[in-house]
Design a protein around this ligand. Structure first.
Ligand code: CA
Length: 448
C-alpha cells in the first residue's frame, strides 16, 4: 500500500474521524509554510531555512500535544503516549511525496510493465513453491486463490524484500501534523501507538513506507488491527518477519473485501465498432447479459458467457460462483477505448481496495493471471513506444552510465536523474524530449 490506501471504510478509522471532528484544532503548518513571525530582535536572525525548520519543530510539538486527548479516547494510555511521543521529531522529507504517487504520474503501460515482468512472475512461482504447504492451507481456509495472495505479496513488498525502512511513528506523526490528509494519518498514528501498546512489535522493528504501510503485506496500521491474523499460532500477528502470517493476513484481507471464490477478477473483452463507452466505469456495474446485448465479446471473439450446459461436462465442479449472464461487471478501459478493455467483477474491487487505484488493481490482477500461466493482455497498449521491464530499465540505466550521465545506482527505477539523462539523450537522438524510458530510446542507445 504505497499509495494512500482506502482504509476509510474501516470502522476503526471512521470512529477516529468522528472523534477528531469534534476537537478544536489549532492551525497547522501547511506544505508551503513560511517561517512563523519572529519576535522583534536586534540579534542576527536565523537563516530562512533554519527558521522554517525551527518553526516546523515547534508547531509539530504543539500539534502532538493537541492530539493527546483524541489519542487517549481511542484506547491509548497516558504512559504509552508519553513513552512514544516525547522524543518524536518530524520528518520533513516526507511532505513532497504526499503529492507524488507513481500510479498517477506514469502511463499505465509503464506502471504495469515495471510491476508485472517475467522476473517477478518467475520469482512468484519460486516463492509459491517454497510456501506450497502454507498456501494450500491458507487458500482452502480463506477461499482465495494462491496466485492472488502471492501477486499482492510480490507487488507490495517484492515478496518481503522491500517492506520500507522509515520508522512508522515518525512518519505517521509527521503526516498527522503537516501536509494534507492530516485527519486520515492521525487515525493511523493512533493505530500505531495501539499496536506498540499491545506488544505486537517493538518500536525499532516497526518500519515501513513513507505513508506508514509496513510489513510484507504493506498494511496500514489500522488495517493491521482489523485484518492481520496469527497463522502459525505463536501468539503474534507478525507481518514483518513471519511470511505465513503475512500470506494468511493478505488472504483474510481479500476475504473481508468480499472475495467471490471461484470467480475471475475480470474478462478481457473486445468492444464492438463504434461502441459508446461514455459513462462506463469499474463502478458502473451491469449484468453480463447486458454487455453481451451491447455487442461485447471475449477478446478471442468468443461469447462472454457460454449458455449453461454447453461447457465441458463430466468434470468435477467445485462449489464456486461461476460467471453467469447475471454476474455484474463494470467496464474498465485503463487506457481509453483504443487500449485493452476489461469487464471487471467483484474480485477486481477486492484488489482495488487494497490500494485504491485501478492501475494497482490491474497490476495485481495481471500478475496473478501471469503466475497462473496466462500471457500478456491480448489488445496492445495504445502506444508506439513500448514500456520496459525492470530488466530493460536496468539496461537503459547501464547505457546512460556508460555515456557519462550521473544517475546514481542501477536499480531499475527511472527516477529524476535517470529521466533527466534520458531527456538529454533524446535530444541528441532527435527524439521527443519526454524523459520517459521506453523502448525507442533503449533501442537507439543499444545501437551506439
Ligand atoms: Ca504468528
Amino acid at each position: 500500500m504505497s499509495r494512500l490506501p482506502l482504509s476509510f471504510a474501516s470502522t476503526a478509522v471512521f470512529a477516529t474521524l468522528l472523534l477528531l471532528s469534534g476537537c478544536a484544532q489549532k492551525p497547522l503548518v501547511s506544505l508551503s509554510a513560511s517561517p512563523a513571525p519572529m519576535a522583534a530582535t536586534q540579534e542576527q536572525p536565523p537563516s530562512l531555512q533554519e527558521s522554517t525548520v525551527f518553526s516546523h519543530q515547534e508547531e509539530f510539538q504543539q500539534c502532538l500535544e493537541s492530539l493527546r486527548p483524541a489519542a487517549i479516547k481511542t484506547g491509548i494510555t497516558d504512559a504509552t503516549w508519553q513513552l512514544y511521543t516525547e522524543k518524536l521529531t518530524p520528518d520533513l522529507s516526507l511532505l513532497p511525496r504526499l503529492n507524488k504517487q507513481p500510479e498517477f504520474s506514469q502511463p499505465i503501460w509503464d506502471y504495469i510493465a515495471g510491476l508485472v515482468d517475467d522476473e517477478r512472475v518467475d520469482l512468484a512461482k519460486r516463492k509459491m513453491a517454497s510456501y506450497d504447504s502454507e498456501l494450500t492451507q491458507i487458500s482452502a481456509q480463506y477461499r482465495v486463490p494462491r496466485e492472488a495472495i502471492v501477486a499482492i505479496w510480490g507487488i507490495e513488498s517484492n515478496f518481503g524484500q522491500n517492506a520500507g525502512r522509515l520508522p512508522l511513528l515518525r512518519s505517521l506523526s509527521t503526516l498527522s501534523c503537516l501536509g494534507r490528509r492530516q485527519v486520515f494519518f492521525r487515525g493511523e498514528f493512533f493505530a500505531t501507538l495501539r499496536i506498540l501498546q499491545a506488544g505486537d512489535f517493538t518500536e525499532d522493528r516497526l518500519k515501513g513506507s513513507w505513508a506508514g504501510a509496513f510489513g510484507q503485506t504493506q498494511f496500514m496500521p489500522s488495517t493491521f488491527e482489523r485484518v492481520a491474523v496469527d497463522f502459525d499460532g505463536d501468539g503474534r500477528r507478525d507481518l514483518i518477519d513471519n511470511t505465513a502470517d503475512a500470506l494468511a493476513s493478505t488472504a483474510n484481507y481479500l476475504k473481508l473485501a468480499n472475495w467471490v471464490s471461484g470467480q475471475p477478477w475480470g474478462i478481457e473483452v473486445k468492444l464492438p465498432e463504434g461502441f459508446d463507452a461514455a459513462g462506463e466505469s469499474r463502478r458502473n456495474k451491469r449484468s453480463l447479459s447486458v454487455w453481451m446485448q451491447r455487442g461485447l465479446l471475449r477478446v478471442d471473439g468468443m461469447p462472454i458467457v457460454v449458455a449453461s450446459g454447453a461447457e465441458a461436462s463430466g468434470v468435477d465442479t467445485p462449489p464456486t460462483n461461476p460467471v453467469t449472464a447475471d454476474t455484474l461487471a463494470g467496464l474498465l478501459l485503463p487506457a481509453g477505448a483504443k487500449g485493452p478493455a476489461f469487464l471487471v467483477m467483484r474480485n477486481f474491487d477486492a484488489f482495488y481496495s487494497y490500494n485504491a487505484a485501478e492501475s494497482y488493481g490491474l497490476a495485481i490482477a495481471h500478475l496473478a493471471d501471469r503466475i497462473a500461466g496466462a500471457g500478456d493482455f491480448v489488445t496492445p497498449w495504445p502506444t508506439d513506444d513500448l514500456a520496459l521491464s525492470r530488466n530493460q530499465r536496468r539496461e537503459l540505466q547501464e547505457l546512460l552510465l556508460k555515456r557519462g550521465h550521473t544517475i546514481g545506482e542501477v536499480d531499475g527505477r527511472l527516477g529524476e536523474r535517470s529521466r533527466a539523462a534520458i531527456r538529454i539523450e533524446q535530444e541528441r537522438l532527435g527524439q521527443p524530449m519526454t524523459g520517459r524510458g521506453g523502448m525507442k530510446v533503449l533501442l537507439a542507445l543499444r545501437e551506439q
